[in-house]
Design a protein around this ligand. Structure first.
Ligand code: PSZ
Length: 290
C-alpha cells in the first residue's frame, strides 16, 4: 500500500483528499517543497524544511510542527512507502474556509500534505545535456517564496516543451533570472556566475550546495545577475534543481553552447555534487559518463 500524510496522519494514498474550498485549491494560497531521496535517505532535508518554514512565514502561515517532528514524519513516510529513489512532495495551505480573498479566522487550521513518488536520476540528460529556450519572465516579484501559484512558471515550461526543450531560461529586461523550475549558471573564463538570491529568484538548495562546493574547491564564483549577452557568450551553461542536480545546457534557442557538449567545469561540479550526495545518502549505482 502507498501512503500520504494529511495533517500529521498517515493515510492511504488513494483516499487522501482535500476539500473543494481548500484555499490551496481555490487560490494557490500556500507553499510547497520537493525533497530528493537517494537510497531511501533524504538529501539536504534540513535546508528544504527551513526554506519551507520561511516560505510559509512570509505569507503568514505557521507550520504546526517543529522541523524535527516534520523530519521524523517524512522519514516514516519514506519507510512506509519503501521509497528508494524518488521525491517527497509536501505543501501547506491556509486551510479550508468559505471562499473569500481575505484570510480566514485564526482558528482555521492549515492543510499540510505530503506524498512520495519514484523518480530515477536523469542520468542520460546529465551525461549529454539538455536543450533550452529563452522566454520573458512574467512572474510576480516574490519569486523567493516557493508559492503554489506557478502559472508563470508553467507557461514558460510549456513553451519550452512545445519546442522539444527541457527548460525555459527566463529574463527581465536584459537580465537572466532563473529557469521555470531551476536556477541558471554560466561559466566564463573559469568563473561560475549565477543570479544573487533576492526576490527575483528562488534561493535553490541545489544552487547553494553548488556554491558551497565552489568555495571548498577553489572554483571562482560570482553571485550576481548576468545579461542575455553574457549568456550567449558563455563558455558553459548549466541549470540546477533538486531533481536535475547539475544539468548541462547544450543548446539555447537552437544555438549551441560552445561545441554543444557539457563543459569541463560543469563536469567537475557534477562529480563533486555526486560526492556530496554519496556523503549524505550512500553510494549511487548509476554514474554520469563524460
Ligand atoms: O522535479 C522537478 O521538476 C523539480 S524539483 C525542484 C524543482 C523542480 N525546481 C525548484 C526550483 C524552482 O521551481 C525555481 C523557480 N527556481 C529554482 C529551483 C531550484 O531549487 P532547488 O534547487 O531547491 O530544487
Amino acid at each position: 500500500m502507498n501512503f500520504a500524510i494529511i495533517n500529521g496522519k498517515l493515510v492511504n494514498r488513494s483516499e487522501a483528499k482535500v476539500d473543494i474550498e481548500d484555499r490551496g485549491y481555490q487560490f494557490g494560497d500556500g507553499v510547497y517543497e520537493v525533497i530528493r531521496v537517494y537510497n531511501g535517505k533524504m538529501f539536504t532535508v534540513k535546508e528544504h524544511l527551513e526554506r519551507f518554514v520561511k516560505s510559509a512565514d512570509s505569507i503568514g502561515i505557521t507550520l504546526p510542527y517543529s522541523i524535527d517532528d516534520c523530519t521524523a514524519l517524512l522519514e516514516e513516510l519514506v519507510t512506509k512507502n519503501n521509497l528508494v529513489e524518488g521525491t517527497i512532495y509536501m505543501q501547506i495551505t491556509r486551510g479550508t474556509a468559505p471562499r473569500n480573498h481575505v484570510f480566514p479566522a485564526k482558528d482555521v487550521v492549515p492543510t499540510l500534505v505530503a506524498y512520495t513518488k519514484e523518480v530515477a536520476r536523469p542520468v542520460e540528460s546529465l551525461t549529454n545535456g539538455v536543450k533550452t529556450i529563452r522566454t520573458e519572465d512574467i512572474r510576480w516579484l516574490r519569486c523567493d517564496i516557493k508559492s503554489l501559484n506557478l502559472l508563470g512558471n508553467l507557461l514558460a515550461k510549456q513553451k519550452a516543451a512545445e519546442q522539444g526543450c527541457f527548460e525555459a531560461i527566463q529574463y527581465r529586461g536584459d537580465q537572466v533570472t532563473e529557469g521555470s523550475s531551476s536556477n541558471i549558471f554560466i561559466v566564463k573564463n573559469g568563473v561560475v556566475i549565477t543570479h544573487e538570491s533576492n526576490h527575483l529568484i528562488l534561493k535553490g538548495i541545489t544552487k547553494d550546495v553548488i556554491l558551497q562546493i565552489c568555495s571548498q574547491n577553489n572554483i571562482s564564483f560570482e553571485e550576481r545577475s548576468f545579461t542575455l549577452a553574457e549568456l550567449a557568450a558563455a563558455d558553459e551553461v548549466f541549470l540546477s534543481s533538486t531533481t536535475s542536480e547539475v544539468m548541462p545546457i547544450i543548446e539555447i534557442d537552437k544555438d549551441q553552447v560552445k561545441e554543444g557538449l557539457p563543459g569541463p567545469i560543469t563536469r567537475k561540479l557534477q562529480s563533486l555534487f555526486t560526492e556530496e550526495i554519496e556523503k549524505q545518502c550512500g553510494d549511487l549505482t548509476e554514474k554520469i559518463s563524460s
